[in-house]
Design a protein around this ligand. Structure first.
Ligand code: GLN
Length: 194
């Protein structure tokens, strides 16, 4: 089974570790560069992207993460994790940096103003067996993508799931439901890359 890390600086780490284990991966938390070097793929959890960004700098993880993602390590970002994979963010707090990896512009808290938190059935390209239940919590949406990015899901006319090469991102949190098909898709991506 592939070894998949969950970046454990801040956010819903435990839920991702559980979802990955159900999806038949060996899952472990990653906090240090030495731990990053030992995984075949990485999940960037939901949480607060400004905090994740600050802690990544503090822990000396920002550079190593940027490098491994640029080198093609499979990576999956949910919500704040999606923001961390964007090349550009709209409405960033001053100084907020991302790791990059997906050629997209993401708008933070995009769904938040209308409705802080909601659930919706999302048709998800590449996931078999019907729509995925999307849990959106102060969720971003993808404002625009380059031609290199594949759009996997939309909600209310906005892009909420994308893939570019080995990088996958969702606005919502599949780890908070019992349905771990998206983590299964990511585990398959990690297996295929290895
Ligand atoms: N609004 C948060 C951010 O901008 C993301 C929320 C989440 O991950 N559930 O980082």
């Amino acid at each position: 089974s592939p070894v998949i890390g969950v970046l454990a600086l801040q956010g819903d780490v435990r839920e991702h570790l559980t979802a990955l284990a159900v999806a038949d991966a060996v899952a472990r938390p990653v906090r240090r560069p030495e731990e990053l070097a030992e995984v075949d793929g990485l999940v960037l959890p939901g949480g607060e992207s400004t905090t994740i960004s600050k802690l990544a700098n503090l822990f000396g993880m920002a550079g190593p993460l940027r490098e491994r993602i640029a080198a093609g390590m499979p990576v999956y970002g949910t919500c704040a994790g999606m923001i961390m994979l964007a090349e550009k963010i709209l409405d960033p707090r001053s100084g907020q940096e991302t790791f990059g990896g997906i050629d997209m512009i993401v708008r933070r808290n995009a769904f938040g103003r209308q409705n802080e938190s909601f659930e919706a059935a999302v048709e998800f390209g590449g996931v078999e067996g019907g729509p995925v239940e999307g849990v959106f919590i102060r969720a971003p949406w993808v404002e625009s993508v380059s031609a290199r990015v594949e759009v996997l899901a939309e909600h209310g006319g906005h892009i909420v799931a994308v893939r570019q090469g080995n990088a996958l991102a969702t606005s919502f949190h599949p780890e908070l439901t019992g349905d771990h098909r998206v983590h299964g898709l990511f585990t398959d991506m990690v297996r295929a890359a290895g």
